[in-house]
Design a binder for this molecule. Structure first.
Ligand SMILES: [Fe+2]
Length: 175
């Protein structure tokens, strides 16, 4: 028996129901991401949406825990120890994320073919929620705080089936 299915995740049910209603409206990706952001802003769970074990993270890098996945969307809890970061990447679908603890510092890039250029930066603090949709979603994210970073990410795809939310990792030089 899989005990993971019986873990209590306060605040997750209301998100699953809310995102289900939003995706059923058949809006475009960007409008879906913004509607999911409004939902997440009103219903951002506390840190106890993850188990104490999940919140430990890993010394090897940030960890994404899939809390819910179905054909139309997935909800993940991401844990970053201080200083941990992603590769430069883009995404398989629209994404909405909310910060529960720590700071997710984002650097955004544009793909110029043989190199990337930086087009923006954003520091996302606890309680803040953002949504976006491809294209134009190339970024690197780092927990720049000295605290544990925990955030909730909603994706418009079944990331369990796809094996993750990353479409492409970019190792191009930044100029
Ligand atoms: Fe990302």
């Amino acid at each position: 028996m899989n005990t993971a299915t019986t873990v209590a995740r306060p605040g997750l049910d209301v998100l699953v129901a809310g995102v289900s209603r939003i995706v059923a409206r058949g809006l475009g990706a960007r409008r879906t991401a913004f509607a999911a952001a409004d939902l997440l802003r009103d219903h951002l769970p506390g840190i106890d949406v993850l188990t104490p074990r999940e919140r430990e993270g890993s010394p090897d890098g940030y960890v994404s825990h899939i809390l819910h996945a179905e054909d139309a969307f997935s909800i993940c809890g991401v844990v970053w120890r201080p200083g941990q970061e992603t590769a430069v990447h883009d995404h398989v679908s629209w994404c909405t994320f909310g910060i529960i603890s720590g700071i997710e510092y984002e650097i955004l890039y544009r793909d110029m073919g043989d190199h990337l250029v930086e087009i923006g930066r954003a520091a996302n603090h606890p309680g803040e929620v953002s949504g976006f949709a491809p294209p134009g979603d190339i970024h690197r994210v780092r927990n720049t705080s000295s605290e544990l970073g925990v955030s909730l990410h909603v994706y418009g795809a079944d990331v369990a089936r796809l094996g993750g939310s990353i479409r492409r990792v970019y190792d191009l030089p930044v100029r």
